[in-house]
Ligand binder design. Structure first.
Ligand code: GDG
Length: 481
């Protein structure tokens, strides 16, 4: 208990979005359902064991909510106004940082009012976390929307141990240096004791930015941070590749009703010899256009026949109020329409396109139904879809075509790795995937499954939290009288 009687928590997670969704029943009553995301699943046991709270935004503007319990987690809502959402979230997070951190695939917009809002909202998240964390507790901040929180939080609560995990890439300095507020962002992150990235390359890019922008010394993975008026602190910046709840995907796929549904999907598509699948948020980083181009050319060249191959593309709606996403949707849907118009017969469509989100059961059935999964991202922090496909394939079948520009490609080496910019290379890889002999499919899928089942999301969170606890231990040892 704090002085003012509110409860305090030893383990606090801070993320832009809370892990719960508001559900309004037909009779108007409201409740909260825990969203089935990987992060919640991974952190639930830690939350329970360590008396945890979760700080974040409930997903709707101007919603005043008091803290509440949901699924055994103490939920601390941070209110965002419609203006905050426009400037901090859709603006600075999704139209400045997102394109900048993904190799400027789309041009980032730099607006000072967006930055001011980002600073302001980050401060409110930091204050909310500071208010609920117990003395010498642990706070774990998630992702690029909240990069200033670690430093702000440390200034309010120097007793805390603070972790930060970046779910998206950290760009090379030549790109990062475009950001007018680059030094503030780097110093913001350095408020943490442990900064986690998806890949080693991201951690190296970050260390280089630290060397270029600050006078702190770096010796991988340690950065010695000397801020004015405070003693030097050791910050660890290294890779912790995220994963999925592999066992739960596998057991879902093993359910007879899911396998039945997978067969139904193939039948509904006219039982083509090969079903290829793409599952992505409709985002310009995912390389959906490159994938469609390669597929369209294979049909035009006569290398693939529409009766033999169907591409199912799930493009789940995303960031629909950001202009770049509106334009992307038009572009993709024009291309899908053209390919279908050019090659469809009365009984077969080359692309089965879905601008919808599906329940997890349907996703698992799709993974089972697909002979080939196409992941052609131009840049992706990790890409969990690739891991979900592998986890679902308990039958040791299916071929994963995986972009070299995903974090997942560092681990899933026995996928067919592609450079999605090389359309000819992509085309020949697709043909290779379609005609791969059963024995080779099995041996590759086995190796991929070994990696994904052994390195699941529980192992990821455990590794991060262990490093954080070790950092806390070392810090208190060094400062002990
Ligand atoms: C960011 C980083 C990093 C998608 N459509 C539906 C649906 N999904 C689920 C997938 C998967 C998740 O959303 C997407 O995760 P990804 O990793 O593929 O991509 P981002 O959303 O861009 O995630 C990424 C990740 O954070 C974690 O650190 O890997 O690099 O960009 O789980 O299955 N799920 C359901 N219906 C859909 O229609 N149920």
């Amino acid at each position: 208990m704090s002085n003012n009687g509110t409860r305090e928590y030893d383990f606090v997670v801070v993320s832009n979005r809370l892990p719960v969704d508001r559900v309004v029943a037909a009779d108007g009553t409201e409740s909260w359902a825990t969203s089935p995301g990987g992060l919640v699943t991974a952190l639930e046991p830690v939350m329970r064991a360590a008396d945890g709270a979760w700080v974040g935004w409930a997903g709707q503007p101007d919603l005043k909510l008091s803290p509440f319990e949901s699924g055994g987690i103490h939920i601390v809502p941070v209110e965002l106004s419609a203006q905050d959402i426009e400037d901090y979230y859709e603006g600075f997070s999704n139209d400045t940082l997102w394109p900048l951190y993904h190799d400027v695939i789309a041009p980032p917009s730099y607006h000072r009012v967006w930055w001011d809002s980002y600073v302001d909202v980050n401060r409110r998240f930091a204050e909310a976390a500071a208010a609920v964390a117990s003395r010498e507790g642990i706070v774990w901040v998630q992702d690029y929307q909240l990069q200033l929180v670690p430093r702000m939080l440390r200034e309010i609560r120097p007793d805390l141990t603070i972790g930060f995990f970046n779910h998206i890439p950290f760009p090379p300095y030549g790109i990062f240096s475009q950001l007018p507020w680059r030094t503030q962002v780097v110093e913001g992150l350095l408020g943490a004791d442990v900064i986690g990235f998806q890949r080693q390359a991201d951690a190296s890019n970050f260390s280089r930015a630290v060397r270029r922008l600050t006078s702190h010394s770096t010796r991988n993975p340690v950065i010695e941070v000397g801020w004015e008026r405070s003693p030097t602190r050791r910050v660890i910046a290294k890779a912790f590749p995220i994963s999925i709840d592999s066992a739960s995907f596998e057991s879902l796929a093993r359910e007879p009703r899911i396998q039945r549904r997978a067969r139904e999907i193939r039948e509904a598509l006219g039982n083509p010899k090969t079903v290829m699948l793409g599952v992505d948020r409709l985002d310009y980083t995912k390389g959906i256009g490159h994938r469609l181009k390669a597929f369209g050319e294979l049909l035009a060249d006569g290398e693939l026949a529409v009766e033999d191959v169907t591409l199912v593309q799930v493009a789940s709606p995303s960031r629909e109020r950001v202009e770049a996403y509106m334009n992307l949707r038009d572009e993709i849907e024009l291309t899908v329409g053209r390919i279908n118009g050019d090659f469809a017969t009365m009984s077969h469509q080359p692309i089965s396109y879905h601008h919808q989100g599906y329940p997890r059961d349907e996703m698992a059935a799709l993974y089972l139904a697909a002979d080939v999964l196409l992941v052609t991202a131009l840049r992706d922090g990790m890409n969990l879809v690739a891991k979900e496909y592998v986890a679902s394939r308990f039958d040791e079948d299916g071929v994963l075509v995986l972009s070299e520009f995903t974090g997942a490609s560092d681990e899933l080496k026995r996928a067919l790795l592609v450079n999605p910019h090389d359309i000819d290379g992509l085309k020949s890889t697709i043909l290779r995937a379609i005609s791969m002999p059963r024995e080779e499919r099995r041996s590759r899928m086995r190796a991929l499954r070994k990696r994904v089942t052994e390195h699941d999301v529980a192992r990821w969170s455990q590794a991060f939290i262990d490093t954080l606890r070790q950092a806390a231990h070392d810090r208190f040892e060094r400062t002990a009288p």
